[in-house]
Design a protein around this ligand. Structure first.
Ligand code: TYD
Length: 208
């Protein structure tokens, strides 16, 4: 049987990494094999593309270049890692997937519908079985990140406030369009309360 494909999305600083770890521990406690991965990244080639994308010195990168690089990293990630593992019956848990490109490049960079088209080419339309969107206002998210010790802001985090507002709005649009797939969770309500909601949805998906 094919494994489940799960993604976690959220604004910068929404507590994604903490929840991803909790999901992994929970699924393992239920004897489920789960592989953790991330975007951009997840394969050697995609991690090289990631370095280009997040390097703050690449200030001159155009919006289209950025969109194509995220999509290229994703195409490689899907073919080399995600699809083969799902086909072997393993569950794959990814930190971000196509929704990030729609929100950041489509809405944030205002590239619009071409982002979905390019990603269709990259993925053939493969989407997660379930997506957890940890919703936190951009102001709250950036404030959380800045208080993290030794946190170096990457190229996207350094963007102006309006950019992050557009990304946030993009996620809300995605939640509206993909209401069945995307579970929208209020990320301001504390680690345990957020996870309780995630767990409920996982239980339903896996039939625990
Ligand atoms: P990362 O350090 O993983 O940040 P986070 O902890 O917020 O996930 O960096 C990923 C950055 O890339 C993040 O700012 C969101 C951005 N991004 C896009 O703009 N488009 C995409 O398709 C993806 C996957 C990420």
């Amino acid at each position: 049987m094919r494994g489940f494909f799960i993604s976690v999305e959220g604004s910068d600083g929404s507590g994604k990494s903490t929840q991803i770890k909790k999901i992994e521990v929970y699924l393992k406690s239920k004897n489920q094999e789960v592989l953790l991965t991330r975007e951009p990244g997840g394969t050697a080639i995609s991690e090289k593309i990631r370095a280009l994308l997040l390097d703050p010195s690449n200030k001159g990168m155009t919006a289209k270049t950025e969109m194509l690089l995220y999509a290229a990293a994703r195409a490689q990630h899907l073919e080399e890692f995600i699809r083969p593992n799902l086909e072997q019956g393993k569950n794959v848990l990814t930190d971000r997937f196509t929704d990030s490109s729609i929100a950041y490049q489509g809405f944030g960079r205002e590239l619009g519908d071409i982002v979905a088209e390019v990603n269709y080419i990259a993925t053939g339309g493969v989407l997660p079985d379930i997506t957890f969107f940890l919703e936190l206002s951009p102001e709250a998210g950036i404030a959380r990140k800045k208080t993290e010790e030794n946190h170096k802001m990457d190229r996207l985090e350094l963007e102006e406030q309006e950019f992050h507002e557009r990304v946030y709005n993009g996620y809300k649009v995605l939640c509206h369009i993909h209401g069945r797939r995307i579970c929208r969770i209020d990320a301001s309500k504390g680690i345990d309360a957020v996870f309780a909601e995630i767990q409920e949805n996982l239980d339903r998906l896996f039939g625990f």
